[in-house]
Design a protein around this ligand. Sequence first.
Ligand SMILES: [Zn+2]
Length: 244
Amino acid sequence: MPDVQLRFLGCGDAFASGGRFQTAFLLEGGEEPLLIDCGASTLIALKRTDIASKSLGYIAISHLHGDHFGGLPWLVLDGQFSDRTRPLTIAGPPGLEARFRETFQALYPGSIDSERPFEINLLELPEREPRTVGPATLTPLEVTHSSGAPSYALRVQYGGKLIAYSGDTGWTDVLFEVADGADVFICECNFFDREASGHMNYRTLSEKTFNCGRLLLTHLSDEMLAHADLVELEMARDGETIAV
Ligand SMILES: [Zn+2]
């Protein structure tokens, strides 16, 4: 079995802190790639790599905030203007289809219903039900983050490996379940010691022990990056690829 690779296309917060792109992770080495989250800047991040957006067939979305799903319209339009033919399947929380349509309509009125040479399949995932989506099996667990719809952490079985991702969340014991047995756990750590509803800080996270392999921190704000020399956990970097 080929090695599974995890590429951090974007591991910044919503505000481009440190010049980082919004959230997007790419899994490769399984049957075919899987994109996890698609923040508004994801098409830019993709175009800095050798990956054509039209080659991506499957996307998993953790929650319906712009820095996690807002890049979808551009990914679709880029496919439309680059002769994409393969279907695009997007899986995410309940409410995905309505929010996707509203976002698309606000940005490019009428485009959502224009004819295009490929299908878009939107799958709304119920919590805690494993679902096979292309090359992966996704198990969503609800976490603590207000997004107008359930916000999910994702357990992603892919290429014989288990990749866990917290999504955006304040501290919740659900994260022990999310990370349990994972080869890699990507955990949001927006802040260093600032308390903010719906987001994690390093002081809290660093007191926890997870039953997982490698732990990497993502969704890093300016305040977190300013304390990088005090952080003993591994922080992801844009453009970095790791073996899972
Ligand atoms: Zn976010």
